[in-house]
Design a protein around this ligand. Structure first.
Ligand code: ASP
Length: 333
């Protein structure tokens, strides 16, 4: 029988209706009472880490979650973390970077409906998460709607529907069919070297995400410079373009990178890669010294930049980190 630790952090799955709307209130054993059959298949320990709506989960909570997982890993075959769905992709991405060389399964899950509702998706999502541990799907993943998605590839795409998460630019790590879980795991290069799991938990919070609109005021970048951000992610148009006619941001951008700020450009499109070399509106960006995020999700870019800036103060090293695939977050070449 496999030993699994259930860490709970809140979210809809644990919510009840209060005077101001839904808020997390249930404790781990109350959650497990709704999926009691699990205890016949797994030895389960529980620990309540937090009880927050995931909108309130920020860098401090990422560190609490990652450190708790790291401490518990030697004792368990895998860990299931319940978490609100709204920012689960950020947490799963960040934990993917913090826990380097992770081989054991660490599976995030949650639900669109509280677990005490008869129509809830919570029970299925928990079963899928435990099945992912049972199959030994390595590293950080998100289990939702009978699918298992790499933590650094998960994006929340629906506010209400049960198919709330998609695996962006990567296949599922597992999928449940009528004959059980079908794992489909490609082990990233970094994991094939037999290294023990490492906790790399220095992160930098001075990262800003700017989504361009047609005609974004370039003064925004000047203000970001004044606020001393060390990293800026720009969600550019299409395959990677930014306006330079009338409202050019190029000058401010160049000043930022020359001052040592790391600027990473990704696409506003959910699917497929960005390539700044295709259009003039992209090559002008490249000549300002920005880094291309290629096919990474915005959530993975933001958390990787925070993590990279925690590892080094050298912008060239940040660039090198972005040209490295740590957990399947980027396709290179
Ligand atoms: N607002 C909730 C949260 O992210 C939504 C959910 O869990 O589905 O905590």
């Amino acid at each position: 029988m496999k030993s699994v630790l259930l860490l709970t952090t809140g979210g809809t799955i644990a919510s009840r209706r209060g005077t101001d709307g839904l808020c997390p209130q249930m404790h781990p054993d109350e959650l497990l009472a709704y999926v009691e059959g699990l205890r016949e298949y797994f030895h389960i320990d529980t620990r309540e880490l937090l009880n927050l709506d995931s909108s309130n989960i920020q860098a401090d909570e990422w560190l609490t979650i990652a450190r708790s997982i790291f401490e518990a890993l030697p004792k368990y075959d895998g860990i299931v973390v319940t978490h609100g769905t709204d920012t689960m992709a950020y947490t799963a991405s960040m934990v993917s970077f913090i826990l380097q060389y992770l081989r054991k399964p660490v599976v995030f899950t949650g639900s669109q409906m509280p677990i005490d509702n008869l129509l809830t998706d919570a029970r299925n999502n928990l079963y899928t998460a435990f099945a992912a541990v049972d199959c030994g799907i390595p590293g950080v993943s998100v289990a939702f709607n009978r699918k298992v998605i790499a933590g650094c590839r998960a994006v929340k795409v629906r506010t209400m529907g049960f198919e709330a998460f998609e695996s962006v630019n990567a296949g599922y790590l597992g999928e449940v069919f009528s004959d059980g879980m079908h794992p489909n795991v490609e082990i990233p290069d970094a994991l094939t070297a037999a290294q023990p799991v490492r906790l790399c938990d220095r992160i930098c919070r001075d990262v800003f995400l700017l989504k361009l609109i047609p005609g974004t005021n370039p003064e925004v970048l000047r203000l970001l410079r004044q606020l001393n951000y060390r990293g800026i992610v720009i969600e550019a148009f299409g395959v990677g373009g930014m306006q330079f006619v009338r409202t050019s941001m190029l000058e401010q951008l160049k000043a930022l990178t020359e001052e040592g700020v790391s600027v990473v450009v990704c696409s506003q499109c959910l699917y497929e890669t960005s390539d700044l070399g295709i259009y003039e509106v992209g090559t002008k960006l490249l000549s300002c010294g920005v880094i291309s995020a290629r096919d990474m999700t915005t959530e993975a870019v933001v958390t990787k930049l925070m993590w990279a800036l925690g590892q080094t103060e050298d912008p060239d090293e940040v660039r090198r980190i972005f040209q490295t695939n740590y957990c399947g977050e980027i396709k290179l070449a």
